[in-house]
Ligand binder design. Structure first.
Ligand SMILES: [Zn+2]
Length: 248
C-alpha cells in the first residue's frame, strides 16, 4: 500500500548503516532495515523469510518473549508466583514464530512441478484441506477448510496432491483476513500450475466472532476465487461447486 510505504520511507534512516552497527541492533530492527532498504512490503500476511538470516529467528523469539512478558505485566498478572503463567511469554513467542505464524518466516516449501505429459484436461478437485490461520485484527484463530479446483491444459505444470496442502498451510499460517488469504493462495497456484482455470473456496470459523464481539457460534465465512475458465464457463463452475458439496 503506497501510504504505508511512504511512511516506511520516512522512517528509514538517511545514513546507510555499516554491518557492524547493524549487528548491534535487535534482530527485528535488522530485518526491518533490510526490508525497507529493498522497498519490500512487510504486512502481517507477507512472507519475509528472504530477509531473515541464519540464527535470527532464535533472536526474534527472544525479543518476542521479552515483549510478551511486558504484556503480561501490563495485564497485572503475577507471572512470578503464578506457576501457570511463568513460561507463558516463552511459549507464546515460540508458538508465534515456529507454529502459527511460521508462514511469514519460513521459505516456501519445496514443490516439484512436472509437465502434464498425459495432457490431462479434466477438472481436478483437491480438498477439503484443513487450514489454520489467524485474523490480523485480533490475532484470533481462524479454522477452516479449503477446496481447490484446477482445470489444467497441456502446458500446465502439475504438482503432487499433498503439495496443495503444504502450499495452503504456508499461506495460511500468517495473520491475515480470509479474502486476502484466498487471493494469495490463488496467485501462488496460478504462478506454479498455470492452469486454464482455477477455483478456490474457503469456509472458516473466525474465533474473533465466537470468543469475543457478537459471540455468534454459527458464523462461518465462505470466500471464493474463480479464475480463467471458471469465470467464463458457468457449467464448469457449477460442476466444481456440486462436486465440492458431494465431498462434504
Ligand atoms: Zn478478528
Amino acid at each position: 500500500m503506497p501510504q504505508d510505504q511512504s511512511r516506511d520511507a520516512a522512517r528509514t534512516p538517511a545514513l546507510i548503516l555499516h554491518e557492524d552497527d547493524l549487528a548491534r541492533l535487535p534482530a527485528s530492527e535488522r530485518i526491518r532495515y533490510r526490508l525497507v532498504g529493498a522497498e519490500r512490503r512487510y504486512h502481517a500476511n507477507d512472507n519475509i523469510s528472504a530477509f531473515v538470516r541464519e540464527g535470527e529467528l532464535e533472536e526474534l523469539k527472544a525479543e518476542v518473549q521479552a515483549k510478551m512478558a511486558e504484556v503480561l505485566k501490563a495485564l497485572v498478572i503475577d507471572t512470578e508466583s503464578d506457576h501457570n503463567t511463568q513460561d507463558t511469554a516463552k511459549r507464546v513467542a515460540k508458538m508465534f514464530i515456529d507454529e502459527v505464524f511460521r508462514g511469514r518466516y519460513q521459505p516456501m516449501p519445496e514443490v516439484t512441478e512436472f509437465p502434464n505429459v498425459s495432457r490431462l484436461n479434466e477438472l481436478m478437485i483437491v480438498g477439503p484441506i484443513t487450514v489454520r490461520s489467524a485474523c490480523s485484527h485480533h490475532m484470533c484463530p481462524i479454522l477452516g477448510r479449503v477446496w481447490i479446483g484446477i482445470l489444467p491444459n497441456e502446458h500446465s505444470n502439475l504438482i503432487g496432491l499433498s503439495k496443495y496442502a503444504r502450499i495452503a498451510d504456508w499461506i495460511m499460517t500468517r495473520p491475515q483476513i480470509q479474502e486476502e488469504a484466498v487471493t494469495m493462495l490463488a496467485d501462488e497456484l496460478q504462478a506454479r500450475v498455470t492452469p486454464d482455470g482455477l477455483a478456490i473456496v474457503m469456509e472458516a470459523d473466525h474465533f474473533c466472532m465466537q470468543w469475543r464481539g457478537v459471540k455468534d457460534n454459527d458464523s462461518a465465512m465462505t470466500n471464493s476465487v474463480m479464475r480463467g475458465a471458471f469465470l467464463k464457463d458457468p457449467n464448469l463452475r457449477r460442476e466444481f461447486l456440486s462436486l465440492l458439496n458431494k465431498k462434504e
